[in-house]
Design a protein around this ligand. Structure first.
Ligand SMILES: [Zn+2]
Length: 426
């Protein structure tokens, strides 16, 4: 079944926040929602706290691949997404080589189309030379990712990327840490001293100033915001904001409990006051969406000197189900769906995943009554310090109408079954 299963029926206790029903699919099209199942192949999840939700989308992942395939590649990473009920991922350009030239971007897009088993998008880096920006904006990237070094050193290349993004309607995604405010990294209290909140706020201001100087007004999204002040500043400029789940789960004390390298991430974990502040921003609606910042590493990269070991966590199989459990219980099902599906899709410019007959929606079927603490092992990444963390179970993952994953570990779709969703292929 290289493209996933197309003819089947899935029965659930709830469709989003409404009553239950059976979703009948024919050749990947949702033809009707009825009370009783129909057809030969039926997956009946009723009586298990099952809920069909617009497919989860993760706006910030590192699928690696190319020269970093020993850490993860487009197949292992997207298979992990499918097993974690994530139907769409947006891949970051800090690969080897970095996606800062039209050639590197073309190679990355071709690997994604050959290997991904869920919907995908990819960001380009700020180009190596200014003239490349327009070429890369037309190649199929969803936007440009601006890293700390681009905020200060970007110059005319940053201007070219901002203008090209505005012209073509692409997103600009900011990693909000201004290197001028970094202190030497001693491997402890990183969040408070080495890469503090002031560096985040300064990066947002610096990008806003660069936009003024370049005369460009692209859509801007500030990713993995770890301080409440950053979210406030971003909103003032009209930028959207995501928070990575780990910045809501733990403060810097977790570094000592989990081990400096295991808990190392950029931006680093901050103080408990910042965690509380971010939770308040989330509750008051000033966080647009959540993301994983899935950053898989091999064992040897996560060991050794805390100042030199690789930052990031690997949890694409898992984070959205943990986030859904937390958000649906505190803010309700509809708000959880906003944060995990509707808003990230809107920000990316990807199609919505509304569960209505006549379309081919992407759907996450979650089992709320059960708790999962074990990743399925699709990802190559071994660095998940939050294991075990209670999460809903992924009953099934439907990508554009076709069944790609079925509990408890069956991947039903092959490499290349996922399509580019932002900008859409057709
Ligand atoms: Zn990242």
């Amino acid at each position: 079944l290289p493209g996933g299963l197309g003819d089947y029926t899935v029965c659930v206790d709830h469709v989003v926040s409404g009553g239950g029903g059976c979703l009948v699919f024919r050749d990947g099209v949702l033809v009707e929602v009825r009370e009783e199942p129909s057809g030969l192949i039926v997956f009946d999840f009723r009586g298990r706290g099952s809920r069909a939700l617009p497919g989860f989308a993760d706006i910030h992942v590192h699928l690696r691949g190319l020269g970093l395939a020993y850490k993860e590649d487009e197949y292992t990473g997207s298979a992990a997404a499918a097993a974690g009920c994530v139907t769409l991922v947006a891949d970051m350009p800090n690969t080897v080589p970095e996606l800062r030239t039209p050639g590197a971007l073309a190679v990355k897009l071709s690997w994604l189309s050959r290997l991904s088993v869920v919907g995908y998008a990819v960001y380009a880096g700020v180009p190596r030379e200014a003239w490349m920006a327009r070429v890369m904006a037309s190649q199929g990237a969803a936007g440009f990712k601006v890293y700390p070094e681009d905020v200060v050193g970007g110059g005319s290349r940053l201007c070219a990327a901002l203008r090209a993004a505005e012209e073509v309607g692409l997103l600009v995604v900011l990693h909000p840490e201004h290197p001028a405010l970094f202190s030497p990294d001693w491997g402890f209290l990183r969040g408070l001293y080495s890469r503090p909140c002031e560096a985040e706020a300064a990066a947002v201001e610096e990008l806003a100033e660069a936009m003024e100087e370049c005369g460009a007004r692209p859509r801007v999204h500030v990713t993995h915001v770890s301080c409440p002040l950053t979210a406030a500043k971003a909103w003032r400029h009209g930028f959207t904001v995501d928070v990575a789940l780990h910045h809501l789960l733990a403060d810097w004390r977790f570094e000592e409990a989990a081990g400096w390298c295991r808990a190392k991430v950029n931006p680093p974990l901050k103080s408990h006051l910042d965690v509380n502040g971010l939770l308040q921003e989330l509750a008051s609606g000033r966080v647009s969406c959540l993301a994983s910042d899935h950053a898989p590493h091999a064992r040897q990269d996560k060991n050794g000197n805390p100042a030199a070991c690789a930052p990031g966590f690997s949890w694409l199989e898992w984070w959205a189900l943990a986030a859904y459990r937390m958000l649906s219980r505190s803010l309700g099902v509809e708000r959880a769906v906003d944060l995990l599906s509707r808003e990230p899709r809107r920000i990316l410019g990807a199609p919505q995943a509304g569960i209505e007959p006549g379309g081919s929606p992407s759907i996450s079927i979650v089992l709320e009554d059960r708790v999962d603490t074990h990743p399925r092992g699709y990802s190559r990444g071994v660095n998940n310090p939050f294991h075990p963390l209670p999460a809903a179970v992924c009953g099934a993952t439907i990508v554009r109408g076709r069944l790609h994953y079925l509990h408890p570990g069956a991947l039903l779709a092959g490499p290349g079954s996922g399509e580019r969703e932002a900008p859409p292929l057709h």
